[in-house]
Design a protein around this ligand. Structure first.
Ligand code: FMN
Length: 170
């Protein structure tokens, strides 16, 4: 699938078949996340790949906006090692770096024939505390978002969101 087609076809998928996704493919998605641009090329992005059923169930139970994990059965958490992000001045860009990585993962999933859905954690402190605890992450690693990954059980048509009146030419 070429890049533009992937961008236009990606949709937030919330119904999945529950079919397992190979670890190799999940790693390819993480590789895509790591390929994202980061300010000052700080390598502070961290990724947690969850394919453990019990952990997925805990997330379904306690994360109200991530219920699609019940059928997706896999999640990639994009996180930041803040001890690395803040090791130099002027690195308040960690969240933007995480967002770039998350978008790369969504697009890589689409290109691999998978469905995905970004669900937000940062800046909701209670969700971050919960995730840190169940994923056994150290205090300096801050989860940014949880991306549900799986085989889509629904066919969502691409939507054209282009609106020329939102574009300024100067
Ligand atoms: C920062 C961010 C947070 C989001 N959080 C959630 C969420 O918690 N739960 C959810 O189901 N979808 C979430 N989404 C997905 C959006 O709802 C979805 O992208 C939007 O409705 C547009 O649909 P589309 O992605 O199919 O174009 C989030 C997307 C972004 C970028």
């Amino acid at each position: 699938m070429d890049c533009l087609r992937t961008i236009f076809e990606r949709r937030a998928v919330r119904e999945y078949t529950g079919q397992p996704v190979d670890r190799e493919i999940l790693l390819t998605l993480v590789r895509a996340g790591m390929a994202a641009p980061t300010s000052k090329d700080r390598r502070h992005l961290r990724f947690v790949v969850v394919d453990d059923g019990a952990l997925v169930d805990q997330m379904v139970e306690d994360l109200p906006y991530s219920k699609m994990l019940a059928t997706a059965r896999h999640a990639i958490i994009v996180a930041s090692d803040l001890s690395v992000a803040y090791a130099v001045e002027d690195t308040d860009y960690w969240a933007q770096n995480c967002a770039a990585a998350a978008q790369n993962i969504l697009l890589a999933a689409t290109a691999q024939g998978l469905g995905s859905c970004w669900t937000s954690m940062h800046p909701r402190e209670e969700r971050i505390v919960f995730l840190r605890k169940i994923l056994k992450l150290p205090e300096y690693v801050r989860p940014f978002c949880v991306i549900a990954i799986g085989f889509a059980a629904e066919r969502l048509e691409p939507r054209d969101k282009f609106n020329e009146s939102h574009v300024f030419w100067r």
